[in-house]
Design a protein around this ligand. Structure first.
Ligand code: UDP
Length: 249
């Protein structure tokens, strides 16, 4: 299948809907080719421009899902109508597929009680789910090697890493070399939501693309992260689009 992608500020993003994206994950699982999935947003693009490891990850990830609303707007400015695929929803679809097809999963990240509750809730929702590894995301540098060994030895088909970006992407890319046939996805604060401890924004905010604003009001410490990243990102995209138009003439 031809892979349609579009570059935004130097990084290629897959242009697909969630059904097609899930199909790509299924193919990778079936032929054991392995992949790293990145659910990209403007903050990650900024990290790509400033952190070497993140730069190479964004250049090599096999599947780059258009997650943040900023990405949707950026693609729109380039004349592309792309639906936003929320990472948290996409990850749930992968879990459902794993439960139905017998693929084994690893859960890595978040606080211990959140992780425990997430495991319980997922087992209730998907009784056939095979969770072969589960660990909270708080560890010292000296424990990291053992974690990697343990994940390798549990031989999961999909690893869900919830450490926040770029930590989860860097961990996944290192793990990808150790377990080349597995699928890796970084899912940020998804366990917090799946555990029932944190509520997602009501559907209205999700549908209008303003979930980030809702989360910022609920967790004001996020304000510093989002601003000025989002407006600066959009200004840079407008400059990029203008240059592209100018050069095309
Ligand atoms: N986290 C972790 N280990 C760390 C830092 C963070 O497990 O060293 C977890 C944290 O508990 C939370 C998630 O990573 O569950 C990050 O959530 P955040 O909302 O920051 O991610 P986002 O969805 O914004 O990418």
């Amino acid at each position: 299948m031809e892979q349609k992608r579009e570059k935004v500020l130097g990084y290629e993003i897959d242009l697909l809907n969630s059904v097609q994206a899930l199909e790509r994950v299924k193919n990778s699982l079936d032929d054991k080719s392995g992949m790293q999935i990145v659910t990209i947003n403007p903050e990650m693009i900024k990290q790509g421009h400033t952190i070497d490891a993140m730069n190479s990850i964004l250049n090599s990830a096999e599947l780059v899902i258009p997650d943040g609303v900023g990405i949707k707007i950026a693609l729109k400015l380039k004349g592309i109508n792309q639906e936003r695929i929320a990472g948290i929803e996409f990850a749930k679809k992968i879990i459902s597929m794993c439960a139905n097809s017998g693929y084994k999963i690893a859960l890595f990240g978040a606080k211990e009680e959140i992780l425990q509750k997430t495991g319980e809730n997922l087992m209730k929702e998907f009784p056939g789910l095979n969770i072969v590894y589960s660990r909270n995301g708080y560890f010292s540098k000296s424990e990291e090697q053992q974690i990697k060994e343990d994940i390798k030895n549990s031989v999961p088909d999909v690893v869900f890493t919830a450490l926040g970006a770029p930590k989860q992407e860097i961990f996944n890319s290192e793990m990808r070399k150790i377990l080349p046939q597995a699928v890796f996805i970084g899912i940020g604060g998804s366990f917090d939501v799946w555990s029932g401890v944190v509520q997602r924004a009501p559907v209205f905010w999700q549908k209008t693309g303003l979930e980030w604003l809702y989360r910022t009001v609920k967790e004001p410490q996020r304000f510093k992260r989002i601003f000025p990243t989002l407006p600066i990102f959009l200004i840079k995209v407008i400059i990029e689009v203008t240059k592209e138009k100018f050069c095309a003439k």
